[in-house]
Design a protein around this ligand. Structure first.
Ligand SMILES: CC(C)(COP(=O)(O)OP(=O)(O)OC[C@H]1O[C@@H](n2cnc3c(N)ncnc32)[C@H](O)[C@@H]1OP(=O)(O)O)[C@@H](O)C(=O)NCCC(=O)NCCS
Length: 176
C-alpha cells in the first residue's frame, strides 16, 4: 500500500453494483486493449448496458459468485470475478479472474482484490477452494499468485491462441 499512502490516494474495494455497468464496460474495453493475457479479444466484449447490468445482478444474487471493483480516488482501476460451481458437488470451488488498469500495475491493487476474495471466501461458508488458469508466459501474474499462496496444480496445453501463437495455461489453486 506504499504507493497509495504516498500519493494520499484512497483505494476502495467493494462488490460491483448495477449502476457501475457503463464504467465496467469502459474499463473492460480498455483493459482488453492493454493486455493480451486475458482470454477475450477487445472486439468480443460487446455487451450492452442492460446485459452488463444483468451480469452484475447475477453476481450480487448468487451466494458463491463475486464481482469486485477497486477504485482509486473514485476511478475504476481494477476488477476481480469469482465464479463458484452451480451444482451441489462443485459449489465449494470456483474460478477467479483479476485485472488492473496498466497505469496502476505494481501498486498492490491485485493483491488487495485477492485479499478481499480470501476474506469473503472464509466467511462465505461454502467456498473451500479457489482455482485459476493463467497463460504460461504471464510471469507477473504467476509470481503474484504464488506469493499469495496459490500452488501450481497442472497445465492445460494450447489453451489460448493469440497473435498466431498457441499458449499453454498453468492451472493454480489455493485452499481456503
Ligand atoms: C497480473 C495483474 C493483475 C497484477 O496486478 P497488480 O496490481 O500489478 O499486482 P500487485 O501490484 O498486487 O502485485 C504485483 C506482483 O507481481 C509480481 N511482479 C511484478 N513485476 C514482476 C516482474 N517483472 N516479473 C515477475 N513478477 C512480477 C510480484 O509478485 C509483485 O509483487 P511484489 O511487488 O510484492 O513483489 C496485472 O498486471 C494485470 O492486470 N495484468 C493483465 C491482466 C492479467 O494478466 N490478469 C491475470 C490473468 S490470469
Amino acid at each position: 500500500m506504499n504507493y497509495i499512502k504516498k500519493c494520499r490516494k484512497k483505494l476502495k474495494i467493494r462488490e460491483t453494483v448495477e449502476d457501475e455497468s457503463i464504467e465496467v464496460i469502459k474499463y473492460m474495453k480498455t483493459i482488453l486493449r492493454e493486455t493480451d493475457y486475458l482470454s477475450m479479444n477487445p472486439e468480443e466484449f460487446a455487451y450492452s448496458e442492460e446485459e452488463e447490468r444483468c451480469a452484475i445482478r447475477r453476481y450480487l444474487e448468487t451466494s458463491n459468485k463475486l464481482m469486485l471493483s477497486a477504485r482509486l480516488d473514485g476511478q475504476l482501476v481494477g476488477m476481480l470475478t469469482f465464479d463458484g460451481g452451480s451444482r451441489k458437488r462443485t459449489m465449494h470451488t470456483g474460478v477467479m479472474g483479476v485485472s488492473v488498469s496498466k497505469t496502476y500495475w505494481g501498486k498492490n491493487i491485485a493483491t488487495s482484490l485477492l485479499e478481499y476474495l480470501f476474506e469473503w471466501s472464509k466467511h462465505n461458508g461454502v467456498i473451500k477452494k479457489i482455482n485459476l488458469s493463467v497463460r504460461e508466459d504471464n510471469k507477473r501474474a504467476i509470481e503474484l499468485y504464488k506469493r499469495l499462496g496459490f500452488e501450481v496444480e497442472g497445465k492445460e496445453s494450447m489453451k489460448q491462441f493469440t497473435g498466431g501463437v498457441y499458449y499453454d495455461s498453468v492451472l493454480m489453486g489455493r485452499k481456503i
